[in-house]
Ligand binder design. Structure first.
Ligand code: URA
Length: 217
């Protein structure tokens, strides 16, 4: 069994447990997920966008679903929201390359409009179909800190009643060795207008700083 699949102790968990955790190492999971047919989103998408980062990462950031650039490049957070996230992580004192970056849903969902592909939110059924991948990433990576970006990730981790507006920045245990918080999604910040945009950016930065501090606690 590869070393990365031999961590001991209870894993961090999602709000709703998954029926069956996909087996194997992180690289095996990535390969399996590349052929995922658990929901119809694979068909129009270019590829599965699985999580990226060091398998021993101590911090995991969970977004919603890949956008168009992520779909084309096969990597999470490489489009406009990703650029903002990486900039803020660096500002908070964390090298983005040291984090495991992933999404709640691993395929880009879109509506074609002429030559453009307009982002469309994954349904509850599509989110549920993708849960085993995130549960398996949590199980294999076993991060000490998880940051949920936006409502979709927050509700997958903390339950459907979770409100980012009301509860952002609050730490909760999601396992015996894992603390998690939810904060704004960088895409939401990009859609806001001043002065809300500056305020939300400052809050996201503060939450990322809190996560970085928790790493060294
Ligand atoms: N938004 C996300 O939630 N994830 C990405 O990877 C990119 C944009």
């Amino acid at each position: 069994m590869p070393a990365e699949y031999s961590r001991n102790g209870p894993a961090p968990r999602l709000a709703k447990p998954v029926d069956e955790l996909p087996p194997g190492s992180v690289s095996q999971l990535r390969q399996e997920a590349a052929g995922c047919r658990r929901c119809p989103l694979w068909r129009p998408a270019t590829q599965t966008v699985f999580g990226r980062g060091p398998v021993r990462a101590r911090i995991m950031l969970v977004g919603e679903q890949p956008g168009s650039e992520e779909d084309l490049r096969g990597q999470p957070f490489v489009g406009p929201a990703g650029r903002l996230l990486r900039e803020l992580l660096a500002e908070a004192g964390l090298d983005p390359a040291s984090a495991w970056l992933t999404n709640t849903v691993k395929h880009f969902k879109f509506v074609p409009r002429g030559k453009r592909r307009i982002h469309s939110r994954a349904s509850a059924a599509e989110q549920a179909a993708c849960r085993p991948w995130l549960a398996a990433e949590l199980d294999r990576i076993r991060p000490a800190i998880v940051v949920a970006l936006g409502a979709m990730a927050a509700q997958t981790l903390f339950g459907s009643g979770f409100s980012v507006t009301r509860e952002r920045g609050r730490w909760q245990a999601i396992g015996p060795h894992t603390q998690a918080l939810a904060t704004w999604h960088p895409s939401a910040i990009l859609r806001m207008r001043p002065p809300q945009r500056e305020q939300a950016r400052a809050q996201l930065l503060a939450d990322l700083r809190s996560a970085v501090e928790a790493l060294s606690a």
